[in-house]
Design a protein around this ligand. Structure first.
Ligand code: HEM
Length: 302
């Protein structure tokens, strides 16, 4: 929980935020289904997206609703995970379940990333190229793995489209199915979330999509990628884009097993217990450093 009142009178962000997140997910899935009727992942994708915004009746509304609900869902899931982590709730979960949930959070970010590519504007194409570049740099198998996620040339959008609209949402729902049962939004939260997001889509102007061939002084990736984008300026692509994120993720995944092994060894504060305590704070430190790097890149340029 992020904050609580007196015990027994819990007004808790930790309770409402995940529910609000799930109501955002429902809206995101519904608006996404509407968009797929009009979206074509080949040909002039930028023009197709502009036509959805300007020619399709209420197309602008569904795009903005989808954007806002998708972002809100993933941001609230991140806050929920950080909240769990901060309280060391991973100690209560079976190890496999913790790993499934962390993996599904990564898939949520990949869904946001593919959505960012699907816009077909300069930023989307730029993000797709950086992604391909990072993957291609993996020794020996890089290109083969990369082609499983994204293809260069005219078919650039096709695989991100398949992942974004079909594989990833289905896989995420499958992985979190047991976990979300207790978080399913009550009607009040569902309606409040839906009303707030619809009002946002109605009254807040969307970001302007930059045409692929227009001049732009700087092109930025999606917000959560800005830190990596900064690191790529000084570190080799494989280190900044694969090795460091994989190390961080590996630490988050093995922490519950370490904690458990440390607790089971019987000694009052076993060596493993001490290591897992340090690892917890190391993960917190790296997370905050990455958040700072992201804020710096967002406000003062990558
Ligand atoms: C976890 C679920 C999902 C999340 C978080 C998500 C998020 C996003 C985001 C952030 C964008 C970029 C929007 C923009 O910047 O304008 C996007 C685009 C898109 N999404 Fe999703 N989405 C999800 C599921 C779906 C599903 C299930 C479908 C279809 C069945 C879908 C269809 C689309 C389409 C066609 C676009 C490109 C059109 C556009 O940019 O407006 N999405 N998505």
């Amino acid at each position: 929980m992020l904050f609580t009142n007196k015990p027994g009178n819990r007004i808790s962000a930790g309770i409402y935020l995940p529910r609000l997140g799930l109501s955002a997910l429902f809206l995101c899935l519904l608006s996404g289904i509407v968009l797929t009727f009009y979206y074509r992942p080949m040909g002039n994708v930028f023009q197709n997206v502009e036509e959805i915004t300007t020619l399709v009746p209420y197309g602008w509304f569904f795009r903005q609703l989808h954007f806002a609900s998708g972002q809100l869902f993933v941001i609230l899931m991140l806050i929920h995970a950080v909240d769990h982590f901060h309280q060391k709730r991973y100690r209560l979960y079976p190890v496999g379940q913790w790993q499934r949930l962390v993996f599904s959070l990564c898939l949520c970010f990949y869904t946001l990333f593919t959505g960012f590519i699907l816009k077909g504007d300069q930023e989307g194409i730029f993000a797709a190229r950086i992604f391909m570049n990072i993957m291609d740099h993996i020794p020996l198998v890089g290109e083969t793995i990369s082609r499983g996620f994204i293809l260069p040339g005219d078919d650039l959008f096709f695989l991100p489209y398949l992942y974004h609209c079909f594989f990833l949402p289905i896989l995420i729902l499958y992985l979190i199915r047991t976990h979300i049962r207790k978080w399913l939004p009550k009607h009040g939260v569902l309606y409040t979330g839906a009303a707030g997001l619809c009002l946002y889509a109605l009254f807040i102007k969307p970001f302007v999509d930059i045409p692929p061939d227009a001049f732009a002084a700087s092109v930025k990736g999606p917000w959560f990628f800005l830190g990596i984008q900064t690191l790529l300026k000084t570190l080799p692509a494989t280190l900044a884009g694969i090795v460091l994120p994989a190390l961080f993720l590996g630490c988050v995944l093995i922490l519950p097993s370490l904690e458990r092994a440390g607790g089971e060894s019987g000694v009052e504060k076993s060596g493993l217990g001490i290591i897992s305590g340090y690892l917890h704070w190391l993960i917190v430190l790296v997370f905050f450093l990455y958040a700072l790097l992201t804020l710096k890149a967002a406000f003062w340029g990558a």
